[in-house]
Design a protein around this ligand. Structure first.
Ligand code: HEM
Length: 123
């Protein structure tokens, strides 16, 4: 299994659809960070699904549609604090926890997020 990407090992497109669906349902309900999300929920789910596909080693879907990710720059219009990053990670942890995959794989997947989330803090 070592030659497979994390994207493939978690279950590819179907798993990322489940993950982004659940994640943004939690984010849009969150008392602290829902304020930041003003776009259409289905649109942001889809953007995140495309991004996570390439972030986890799958096809470069986000770049094909939206160009270079430049994620920190794309987050600059939003005021993101450390508390926001912690809340974002809590939502991600809960969403990852609900995926139909083994505990070790959930941990490996979640481990990909904290560094990136704190990198988005800009305030
Ligand atoms: C640190 C906590 C984070 C906060 C508070 C946050 C917040 C946001 C907000 C407010 C948007 C715009 C939503 C809209 O259009 O209404 C956004 C877009 C996005 N975020 Fe985050 N974000 C965080 C971390 C991350 C991380 C860690 C990733 C990737 C692993 C990520 C990936 C994305 C993507 C792919 C988009 C869509 C970008 C586009 O417009 O094409 N975000 N985020």
């Amino acid at each position: 299994m070592e030659h497979l990407t994390l994207y493939e090992r978690i279950g590819g497109e179907a798993a990322l659809r489940l993950l982004t669906d659940r994640f943004y349902d939690l984010v849009f309900e969150h008392e602290l960070i829902s304020r930041l999300f003003k776009s259409d929920k289905e649109e942001i789910k889809e953007k995140q699904r495309l991004f996570l596909t390439q972030f986890l080693g799958g096809p470069q879907l986000y770049s094909e549609v939206h160009g270079h990710p430049m994620m920190r720059a794309r987050h600059m219009p939003h005021t993101i604090t450390e508390d926001d990053a912690v809340a974002w990670l809590q939502c991600m942890s809960a969403a990852v926890g609900e995926l139909p995959i083994e505990k070790e794989l959930k941990d490996e997947l979640f481990d990909r997020f904290p560094r990136t989330a704190f990198f988005m803090v800009n305030s």
